[in-house]
Design a protein around this ligand. Structure first.
Ligand SMILES: CC(=O)N[C@H]1[C@@H](OP(=O)(O)OP(=O)(O)OC[C@H]2O[C@@H](n3ccc(=O)[nH]c3=O)[C@H](O)[C@@H]2O)O[C@H](CO)[C@@H](O)[C@@H]1O[C@H](C)C(=O)N[C@@H](C)C(=O)N[C@H](CCC(=O)O)C(=O)O
Ligand SMILES: Nc1ncnc2c1ncn2[C@@H]1O[C@H](COP(=O)(O)OP(=O)(O)OP(=O)(O)O)[C@@H](O)[C@H]1O
Length: 515
């Protein structure tokens, strides 16, 4: 089985009695002196010998239910709430149990204490926003690499430290996993780590006990309104990242209206950036010419100095994302001149962002672009960017994932139909929902928006990809939006192997094109 998390290889044990004392936990009846913990885990599937297992009441089940599994795998103590302690007692589990009112709330600080998280090493960059987080994290990582800095990275795609990498399950890991990752980074001399921060991560205490050196705000648009009552609540979740408890300073993009609100309401020193000429910001991104899929831009700093370079990704938003990344680095102390020097030396930002406007096709044949966009705004930006260099037809394949914000689906269908020439609606990760009904919503919106356009329904995404490839010619662009880097789709609660990247490559080869 692949490792569930990356952890320090040489953790320095901490005594449970000291932990109890540090957090004011009652240890009257317990003999904690002899117990030492070397790690923390919230999942029985991720326990290592010496762990403190934290039993969290979840939406589906209480984590304490798995206490005996955890102990079997080597957990030496349990931290949970009183309901969890009752469950542990019923199971007859024989390790010390510490009780807190809210174990999720305690998790970050406790993990930071066990792993001895240091706010200064590595330097942490946090990036949030509805769209572009993954892209900015990879761009930050790439520029730091070009500056010869040893880096760490955590994104929706992966957790990575040098050659060590695991696939990500969540965009932002649970706090215990994040602190363990940072501890491992310190062991191998990582100086800077780029961390993608979802709104859920803030709300669900996944970044507790972490102090970011610089945080970046990208934008806010329709997504996750199943997790938040409205835009305001969703915004407030992201805003919390811009407080002194979470970050030392921030860079805020004013490209979306919400940036202004961050500036008005944040409680940390901020600098602003914009790629829109009409907006007054400290840092300015000026779009240059396009070189194929690459985008050139000039970034002008508040002191008038500038960098002209390119990013190997299409669209104005890629330049905006790269500008934000550079501004974050400068805010954290890197010299703009030095960044300019390495980018000039290398000719561009050497970023590869898996599954984000990733070109799958080769020299001959239509362009095939793989994307992770799953919001109306991401559709609009990506289709706009691809239209700029598509001489022929723009063909879009997409579905909407199940058990996630349903309200955004009509807007996704409408935008696809308005901006693409041909739309193929397929299944994408329906989870426990009925895929036919997801498709019906998308189709209805798409057909209402553009009744005369070619809008097709092909349930099986593999067939949808082939249909698109077979109708496409040189000069056309095919965009598949949704699956990005993913290698599985969830249907009826079961994970089924499906890589849009591999399917696209195969379909292009079957049609006699390069891939
Ligand atoms: C709403 C939400 O965030 N839920 C997360 C939460 O689930 P939950 O509270 O329902 O937990 P549960 O399944 O009831 O389990 C309770 C406890 O028992 C433990 N357990 C459970 C089963 C078992 O066999 N052994 C075990 O130890 C679990 O680890 C957990 O600690 O804790 C689980 C364990 O970490 C997460 O997997 C789960 O994420 C679900 C899968 C999820 O989809 N979250 C989404 C909404 C999310 O967080 N997305 C954001 C944004 C993505 C984006 O950028 O667009 C993200 O950061 O990923
Ligand atoms: N600054 C931006 N503004 C609007 N759309 C963007 C921006 N950057 C990227 N996108 C679009 O969003 C898609 C997803 O990008 P990315 O994965 O970087 O976002 P994300 O915030 O990490 O999303 P997720 O958290 O769901 O992984 C891109 O492929 C592109 O279509």
């Amino acid at each position: 089985m692949p490792a569930a998390s990356i952890r320090p290889l040489h953790p320095v044990p901490r005594s449970l009695s000291e932990l109890a004392a540090a957090f004011g936990l009652d240890d009257d009846e317990l003999d904690l002196e002899r117990v030492e913990v070397t790690g923390v885990s919230v999942s029985s599937r991720d326990v290592d010998a010496g762990d403190l297992y934290v039993g969290i009441p979840g939406a589906r089940v209480h984590g304490a239910t798995f206490a005996s599994d955890a102990v079997e795998q080597g957990a030496v103590a349990i931290l949970t709430d009183s309901a969890g302690a009752e469950l542990v007692r019923e199971e007859g589990v024989d390790v010390p149990v510490l009780i807190v009112e809210d174990p999720r709330l305690a998790l970050g600080e406790v993990s930071g204490w066990v792993y001895r998280t240091d706010p200064d090493e590595p330097k942490l960059y946090g990036v949030t926003g509805t769209n572009g987080k993954t892209s900015v994290a990879y761009i930050l990582d790439a520029i730091l690499g070009q500056l010869s800095v040893v880096t760490g990275l955590t994104t929706t795609v992966e957790r990575r430290i040098g050659e060590e990498r695991i696939e990500a399950a969540l965009t932002t890991p649970e706090a215990s996993e994040l602190h363990a990752l940072i501890a491992r980074m310190r062991e191998v001399g990582v100086h800077a780590a780029s961390i993608e921060v979802s709104a859920q991560a803030v709300t669900r205490h996944r970044i507790d006990g972490i102090l970011f050196d610089v945080v970046g705000f990208l934008n806010l648009s329709h997504d996750h309104l199943d997790d938040y009552a409205d835009f305001e609540e969703y915004f407030q979740a992201k805003l919390e990242l811009f407080t002194p408890e979470r970050a030392r300073r921030g860079v805020v993009s004013l490209d979306s209206e919400w940036g202004k609100r961050v500036v008005e309401e944040s409680r940390i020193p901020l600098t602003t950036i914009s790629s829109r000429p009409e907006i007054d910001a400290d840092w300015k991104v000026e779009l240059g010419k396009r070189e194929g899929m690459n985008t050139c831009f000039t970034l002008i700093a508040p002191d008038g100095r500038s960098i002209t370079t390119e990013v190997p990704l299409p669209g104005w938003f890629s330049a905006a994302n790269a500008g934000l990344a550079i501004a974050m680095l400068v805010e954290s102390g890197y010299d703009l001149g030095e960044i300019a020097h390495v980018l000039e030396r290398d000719g561009l930002i050497k970023a590869y962002v898996p599954g984000r406007t990733e070109l799958i096709s080769g020299e001959r044949g239509p362009r095939f672009v793989l994307d992770y966009g799953h919001t109306p705004d991401a559709f609009e930006q990506t289709l706009g960017a691809l239209r700029e260099f598509t001489e022929g037809k723009l063909i879009m394949i997409f579905g909407a994932d199940g058990d996630r914000d349903k309200m955004k689906r009509p807007a996704m269908g409408r935008i696809a139909a308005e901006l693409a020439d041909v739309v193929i609606i397929t299944d994408y990760n329906p989870r426990m929902e009925d895929p036919a009904s997801i498709r019906a919503t998308l189709l209805e919106a798409a057909r209402a928006a553009a009744p005369h356009k070619d809008i097709r329904e092909i349930a099986d995404a593999r067939l949808g990809i082939r249909e698109a490839v077979n109708m496409a010619r040189e000069g056309d662009t095919i965009l598949i939006a949704g699956p990005g880097h993913e290698t599985a789709s969830e249907v009826g609660g079961k994970k089924i192997g499906y890589s849009a990247r591999e399917e696209a490559r195969q379909a292009l080869r079957e049609a006699g094109w390069d891939a």
